[in-house]
Design a protein around this ligand. Structure first.
Ligand code: SF4
Length: 328
């Protein structure tokens, strides 16, 4: 069975998030996102900082600030995450249906408690493991899976480097064995070897079956394209709050290459490719144009781009590239 034929673990339809600012200003952080993440699939959501990736993640977890309004649907099974109340989100979603590796792990750890204490509490809360000695072993196993060193388990968050805090957060996120793992920049602060180890562990977590095939999926938010290439089955590219391209990873990173000019620009900015930055800056999300938001930076822009491009074959562009080799 192909990934596309599998039952989606997460199904997002028309997800939009608006921030209502003082003076009536509206920030369009996410607009009309559509995608599925199938069982056994790793979907990498990529794009520059501030494009709306992490806001989308917060919407899925019900962690948006009070001045945000979310619309659309985001379903795990029969549950619409956007319509769920706080009690449901706290008791059945966070940790149980969605395991989160947060963007700033140190900020999510309680400063006065050790990593061991965090892990043991999470094991006790999210699994059926009981008994002090057994919980201790389960916590150490969780740490091992994320390559968190045993001799640092009794340290407090302020005694950890950024990389170790990231590994502690990864270990905590894996404990609940949630069907959807949401990893928000999980490789930040890690050296390349640890990046590889971390994404390989996430991949193993998704691939591990329960006898009837895997029921786990990963949505990885990242601007680390090398990590995305190592782990992803499909890639979704976000620009100015919209998903502008959704395609399989082999096509995206391989010789055919992506079709959207922004996606190609992201790849061409890599040192191992052309090492050429995309000119200009992303637009203000509070002042988006009516048409394509990438137009001021796009060498293919035409008058047609003053209107919003339709999405065809996974690409939102009036003048998408034809498939051809783009490696430098
Ligand atoms: S719609 Fe036009 S401006 Fe936007 S990416 Fe495509 S060609 Fe460029």
């Amino acid at each position: 069975m192909t990934l596309a034929e599998r039952r989606p673990v997460l199904s997002v339809r028309g997800l939009s998030v608006r921030f209502l600012m003082p003076g009536g200003r509206r920030i369009a952080a996410v607009t009309d996102a559509h995608f599925d993440v199938a069982a056994g699939e790793c979907l990498a959501l990529i794009g520059e900082s501030g494009c709306g990736k992490s806001v989308l993640a917060s919407a899925l977890l019900g962690l948006l600030p009070a001045n945000a309004q979310a619309a659309g649907e985001a379903r795990i099974g029969d549950l619409d995450l956007l319509a769920a109340d706080e009690r449901t989100l706290a008791r059945t979603v966070r940790g149980r249906l969605i395991g989160l590796i947060p963007q700033s792990p140190a900020a999510h750890l309680t400063p006065v408690r050790t990593v061991r204490s965090h892990l043991e509490e999470t094991v006790a809360a999210l699994t059926r493991t009981r008994g002090r000695a057994v919980v201790r072993v389960a916590a150490e196993t969780a740490a091992e899976r994320a390559a968190f060193p045993m001799d640092h388990l009794d340290r407090h968050p302020h005694e950890l480097s950024g990389g170790l805090a990231q590994r502690a957060a990864t270990a905590l996120a894996l404990v609940g064995d949630a069907p959807l793992l949401l990893a928000d920049e999980p490789t930040t602060g890690l050296d390349r070897d640890l990046v590889d180890h971390t994404v390989d562990e996430l991949r193993r977590h998704v691939d591990a079956g329960d006898g009837e095939g895997t029921r786990r999926a990963l949505l990885m938010i990242t601007h680390d394209l090398t990590a995305a290439e190592r782990i992803a089955d499909r890639v979704a590219v976000m620009y100015a709050g919209r998903i502008v391209e959704l395609t399989d990873a082999e096509t995206f990173f391989g010789a055919p290459g992506p079709r959207h000019p922004y996606s190609r620009g992201l790849l061409q900015a890599l040192p191992e490719r052309a090492f050429t930055a995309i000119p200009g800056m992303p637009p203000e999300l509070g002042d988006l144009p009516d048409g394509c938001a990438f137009a001021p930076r796009c060498e293919r822009a035409s008058e047609a781009c003053a209107t919003l491009p339709p999405t065809a074959a996974g690409t939102a562009c009036h003048h998408p590239h034809v498939r051809e080799g783009i490696r430098a």
